[in-house]
Design a protein around this ligand. Structure first.
Ligand SMILES: Cc1cc2nc3c(=O)[nH]c(=O)nc-3n(C[C@H](O)[C@H](O)[C@H](O)COP(=O)(O)OP(=O)(O)OC[C@H]3O[C@@H](n4cnc5c(N)ncnc54)[C@H](O)[C@@H]3O)c2cc1C
Length: 471
């Protein structure tokens, strides 16, 4: 077999994982395959960025990886980082509704109850709201549909109050979008299947959720629980650093791909600096806007022009603990739309990840940029700090200015899988296979936004490339 060349476009976690697993497979199976990763900016990692300052470990982008999806921990272990893995402290978390903090009802999963009592006693809902949520037990299942909005689905099953005071703030915190536009089938197809099979979501979840382990020896007091998320003592960027080391000599940084075009039996990849690289197969691991631009000759890619992405700003602020007069036991809160707040969430990072913060200090990490308040993202740093402190002071009574702040604006970095996304993706993939065989899309704009989803997509693209090259 002649030596084949694979170009990976985009050096976020998706592209890095793809290049790493491809290089690994090629080495293990002695395949004559060469990998080249091209990254537009002067660093790899994409939205994964950690800064270390005065003993604080500050995540400018993602701060955690869900442990349940194993591709994250698998990659971390392969990179020799097992000793650095930490789990979040599973403290209380809160929802701010109409200006008041409420604890998350125990036993809820993405806001859906699996236990009745914590919901029945929660101050989050009115008696009528609770009654409406209980209708989930008796309501018929919805008619089979190819897709529907997350908001519409949950409103139908559990009522507006549970959606507005619990589900919406949690999901908006993850997807930074309007749940009445987001796609159930792209984000939570399991909930649709649950309804179709069990009718009631609460019953379906109860039946399918793994039970939490019982305390050993019948002990009444449970030991401190580990959370559902992992990170690394040195921050998530450590994964990027290790991947880059392993890909040394195979990465071009500082110039992006402007065009991918068919050429003879392969592809000609043109870079912004004017150089041209040839490839037998290409993995496009950028956001959908850039993917569309580099493949703009192909009308089937036009669908991505209309795919929205929202912006958020991440605001980390360091304080001496003594500055926070009203300390709250827990790891943070998300904000419901019906609250008069402009921040959407706040993590008490020093409590969620105690190792991230020096003794005696507090690290608060907030987000601004609701879907209907995108202007907040582009305010000046001073204005953003003022806005965040004003909001925090409504609940926490902070008496001093932060020792320092780190503000990161993520413009159009939260891709929105709106209703119909899955079907649109299926069409794009089949057009790609027909018109550009050997070119694959992977990454947060396409089939899952979480870090483990992105790693899995990178890995999945590698399998497709190997099948294609071996045809
Ligand atoms: C603020 C924020 C917080 C998040 N929090 C979490 C979290 O806690 N946990 C979690 O699991 N997920 C979280 N996510 C989601 C997750 O981090 C991302 O979905 C994931 O890291 C995206 O990886 P990616 O490689 O697909 O894309 P990106 O990281 O966006 O990387 C794409 C890369 O492509 C490059 N590129 C663009 N155009 C070109 C071009 N023409 N040529 C070459 N290169 C190009 C870009 O410069 C970039 O480096 C968060 C996302 C954001 C924005």
């Amino acid at each position: 077999m002649d030596k084949k060349r694979v170009i990976v476009v985009g050096g976020g976690i998706t592209g890095l994982s793809a290049a790493y697993y491809l290089q690994k497979e090629a080495a293990q199976k002695s395949l004559p395959i060469e990998v080249l990763l091209i990254e537009a900016s002067d660093r790899v990692g994409g939205v994964i960025q950690t800064v270390k300052k005065d003993g604080f470990v500050i995540e400018k982008g993602p701060d955690s990886i869900i442990a349940r999806k194993t591709s994250g921990i698998q990659l971390i272990e392969e990179l020799g980082l097992k000793d650095k893995v930490i789990s979040n402290t599973a403290g209380k978390s809160y929802i701010l509704v109409k200006g008041k903090l409420h604890t998350m009802p125990e036993g809820s999963f993405m806001g859906i109850p699996t236990r009745v009592t914590p919901f029945a006693v929660s101050g989050l809902f009115s008696p009528l709201g609770k009654l409406r949520a209980a209708a989930d037990f008796v309501l018929p299942k919805g008619a089979p549909q190819t897709d529907q909005s997350l908001g519409g689905f949950f409103r139908r099953r559990l009522g507006n109050e549970v959606v507005e005071n619990l589900i919406e703030p949690l999901l908006a915190g993850i997807y930074a979008g309007d749940i009445d536009n987001l796609s159930l089938m792209s984000l939570f197809p399991n909930f649709y299947e649950m309804e179709q099979e069990h009718r009631s979501l609460v019953v379906g979840l109860k039946k399918t959720m793994p039970k939490p382990p019982k305390p050993a020896g019948g002990a009444k007091k449970q030991p401190a629980r580990k959370g559902m998320f992992i990170s690394l003592t040195t921050g998530l960027e450590e994964i990027v650093i290790q991947l880059e080391k392993r890909l040394a000599g195979s990465i071009v940084k500082g110039t992006g791909v402007t065009e991918i075009a068919q050429h003879n039996d392969g592809y000609q990849v043109t870079l912004a600096n004017g150089s041209v690289e040839m490839a037998d197969s290409v993995i496009v691991a950028t956001d959908h806007f850039h993917a569309q631009q580099m493949l703009s000759k192909y009308s089937f890619m036009d669908v991505f022009k209309a795919m929205p992405a929202t912006s958020v700003a991440n605001v980390a602020m360091a304080f001496p603990k003594s500055a926070i007069k009203k300390d709250i036991d827990g790891s943070g809160f998300v904000v419901s739309r019906n609250s008069d707040f402009r921040i959407t969430a706040c993590t008490w990072t020093h409590k969620k990840w105690p190792g991230s913060t020096p003794e005696g200090m507090a690290l608060l990490r907030c987000y601004v940029g609701k879907p209907d308040d995108q202007a907040a993202v582009n305010m000046s740093d001073a204005e953003i700090v003022k806005l965040v402190l004003t909001d925090l002071n409504k609940t926490m009574n902070i008496t001093e200015e932060p020792l320092f702040h780190v503000i990161t604006r993520w413009n159009k970095s939260m891709p929105q899988y709106t209703v119909g996304h899955k079907e649109r993706m299926a069409k794009v993939k089949s057009s790609l296979a027909a018109e550009l065989p050997g070119v694959y899309l992977a990454g947060s704009s396409f089939e899952g936004v979480g870090i483990p989803d992105c790693i899995s997509q990178g890995k999945g693209a590698v399998s497709k490339v190997l099948d294609f090259l071996q045809q």
